[in-house]
Structure formats: structure tokens, C-alpha cells
Design a protein around this ligand. Structure first.
Ligand SMILES: Nc1ncnc2c1ncn2[C@@H]1O[C@H](COP(=O)(O)OP(=O)(O)OP(=O)(O)O)[C@@H](O)[C@H]1O
Length: 325
């Protein structure tokens, strides 16, 4: 089943473990989250994306029962967080990478958490190994780098082996190797059937990690769907020394084709992802081909188009003129 959806027609994912429905949060007169609806499917990594101040953390905090919605619901397994009988075993969350007692070692931090939920110490060591900080486990968390704190937060989230994971900006502070590690790690967890929701204000960072995306701006949903849907219909880019002859040949073969000046001289866009077919048509027409590749929608550009369009322009961004008043 396709997860195709627009801002107006939210995803209805069968068996969704996370369901946000008409969710709003006001702080005084300020609407931080505005009638937001989306669902998150098991076995998939969903990116929760939006610029700074868009309302991502507030939404995640409502899912975790830390902020009370003004209107609507944010449910996990069909329940408010407070209704979950085994919360740590249901949902693991890492909201901030800084909330560790600085004087406590990483291992002790996890042990305290484990003890209060009757989770054996063996699980703590297993997790420290799994997130790649066994050597740092006996050092005080106060001396951890941002990346190490992220890994410790991830271990804490996984302590109860929950089937839902909610991670706020998990790649913050990770170096490129750490980001690659995180990507593989989350992919492995998703392959086990876990439901994973990760927030980020940087699409480029999560683009290769997520299967689905929910994009918000100013507290409102602006787009959601699978990454394939975000990329749009497949197209081919072919570069030739005779664009006119190639376009004619492609059109005669029943393919939509036209010049694509944005891609430079001699570029032709073809409405198919089937590169073999395009190459065969060019060969049959005797037209030289200098380049042939799949043309994808630039997601970063799409993200900026969506989040910086006039109606979605970031309300938190004051002009210097306004700031000076
Ligand atoms: N307790 C609060 N009281 C008043 N305003 C708040 C409160 N919490 C959040 N806000 C405001 O709500 C808006 C959304 O904040 P939120 O932290 O949810 O955004 P975000 O998308 O997570 O941003 P970032 O990417 O910077 O973390 C911001 O303008 C923020 O200042």
C-alpha cells in the first residue's frame, strides 16, 4: 500500500505504533504545534523534519507525556504515554544528550535506570558494547563528548528493548564515522521491526537514513510521504551533442522528452527511469550519448522550497529591523 499523502491527506499507515492526531500546543498565545496529524509505521525509519523552532521537540515531548496537548492526541500503541503499563519496554526516547549526572559513569547511569525497571546488569554491558562506548563506560559522563553522550542516550533508550524509538536530533555532535554508524545501527533496529522516529532540522543529514519523512514548519504539517515520493517520479537525464534529434527520437518512441537547460548544454530530460530504454532509443537513432543517469528531485531544494515558502517562512526569524525595535 502506498503511503502517498499530502499535507491535507495524512498518512494512514496500517499498524502504526505512533499516531498523532489533530495535535496542537499553545504556550500562552503562541501556537507551537498547530493541528498536526501523522502516523509512523513499524519497520521503518521516519524523519521528523523542520527548521529550528518548527515544533518538533514539543511534539515529541507530547508523545512522551512531558507536555500536555492543548488539543488532539499523540499516542503510542493506541495509548497516551501515561497509560502505558510498561513504558520503558514500549518506547525508548533520547530527547537531549545532556541530561546525565555529570559525576556518574556511563555504566552507572544505565545501571541505575536498569535497576528501577528490574532490567539485569548484563543488559547494560551488552548495550554499552552495542553503541560502541565500552571503553568509556567507567568514565564520568561529565567528561563525555557530545557524540559519546548521544551514544549513551541511545543505550538508555534501548534498555527495555522497546519496539518504538523516539530520538531527537540523534546525529547532533556525531562525526562522519559516527553518523555512518548511527545509520547502520538504526537500519538494523528497523529491520527487527522497530518503529523509529527521528527528528532533525537538517534534511541532508538524514536523507540517506530515513524511509519516510514528515516535514513541518511553524507547527504545521507541510509534507509527508516516503522518500521515493519525495524524490518524485523517476526521470532520466541524457546529454548529447544533438539534443533536437534525440528529443524527436524519444518522442517517437512514446517517451516524454524535452530540453533541460538547468542541467547544462545538450541536456535532455526523459520521463522514465529506464536508462536502458533511453540508451537503446539513442543508439537506434544514431545520436551520440555523452551522459546518461537517473535524475532525482533534489530533496534539499524541496525541503527549502517547502519550509521557506512565504506561507511557511520561519516565524522565529526576526529581521534585524524588527529585532532593533
Ligand atoms: N515551554 C515553552 N514555553 C514557551 N514557548 C515554548 C516552550 N517550548 C517551546 N516553545 C516554543 O515553541 C516553538 C517550537 O519549539 P520546539 O523546541 O518544539 O522546536 P523544534 O522544532 O524542536 O526546534 P529545534 O530544531 O531548534 O530544536 C519555539 O518557538 C519555542 O520557542
Amino acid at each position: 500500500m502506498s503511503l502517498a499523502a499530502t499535507a491535507e491527506t495524512p498518512i494512514h499507515a496500517p499498524g502504526a505504533a505512533i499516531v498523532v492526531d489533530s495535535l496542537s500546543k499553545k504556550f500562552g498565545d503562541f501556537v507551537a504545534v498547530d493541528d498536526l496529524s501523522f502516523q509512523v509505521s513499524p519497520g521503518r525509519i521516519t524523519g521528523f523534519l523542520g527548521p529550528n523552532g518548527a515544533g518538533k521537540t514539543t511534539t515529541l515531548r507530547m508523545l512522551l507525556g512531558l507536555v500536555r496537548p492543548t488539543h488532539g492526541t499523540a499516542r503510542i500503541d493506541g495509548m497516551d504515554y501515561a497509560e502505558l503499563s510498561r513504558p520503558l519496554q514500549t518506547v525508548g526516547a533520547a530527547l537531549e544528550a545532556t541530561n546525565f549526572h555529570p559525576g556518574r559513569t556511563g555504566r552507572d547511569h544505565l545501571r541505575v535506570l536498569a535497576a528501577t525497571h528490574r532490567i539485569p546488569d548484563a543488559r547494560v554491558d551488552q548495550l554499552l558494547e552495542l553503541v560502541g562506548i565500552p571503553a568509556a563506560a567507567n568514565k564520568r559522563a561529565g567528561g563525555y563528548s557530545m557524540g559519546m553522550r548521544q551514544r549513551l542516550g541511545l543505550a538508555a533508550a534501548l534498555l527495555g528493548d522497546p519496539h518504538v524509538l523516539i530520538l531527537d536530533e540523534p546525529s547532533n555532535g556525531l562525526d562522519p564515522e559516527g553518523i555512518r554508524w548511527l545509520r547502520g545501527f538504526l537500519r538494523h533496529l528497523a529491520s527487527e521491526g522497530k518503529t523509529i522516529l527521528i527528528s532533525s532540522h537538517q534534511l541532508s543529514e538524514v536523507e540517506q537514513t530515513v524511509d519516510d519523512a514528515v516535514i513541518i514548519a511553524n507547527g504545521r504539517l507541510v509534507r509527508q510521504g516516503t522518500m521515493d515520493e519525495m524524490h518524485g517520479d523517476p526521470a532520466a537525464l541524457v546529454r548529447t551533442s544533438d539534443a533536437r534529434a534525440l528529443v524527436t527520437a524519444l518522442q517517437q518512441a512514446g517517451l516524454a522528452a524535452g530540453d533541460e537547460p538547468a542541467q547544462g548544454p545538450g541536456a535532455v530530460r526523459v520521463g522514465t527511469g529506464d536508462l536502458t530504454r533511453v540508451g537503446d532509443v539513442a543508439l537506434a537513432a544514431g545520436v551520440p550519448v555523452h551522459e546518461l543517469r537517473v535524475l532525482r528531485t533534489d530533496l534539499e531544494r524541496l525541503y527549502f522550497q517547502l519550509t521557506e515558502s512565504p506561507e511557511n517562512l520561519n516565524r522565529n526569524r526576526e529581521t534585524t529591523e524588527e529585532a532593533g525595535r
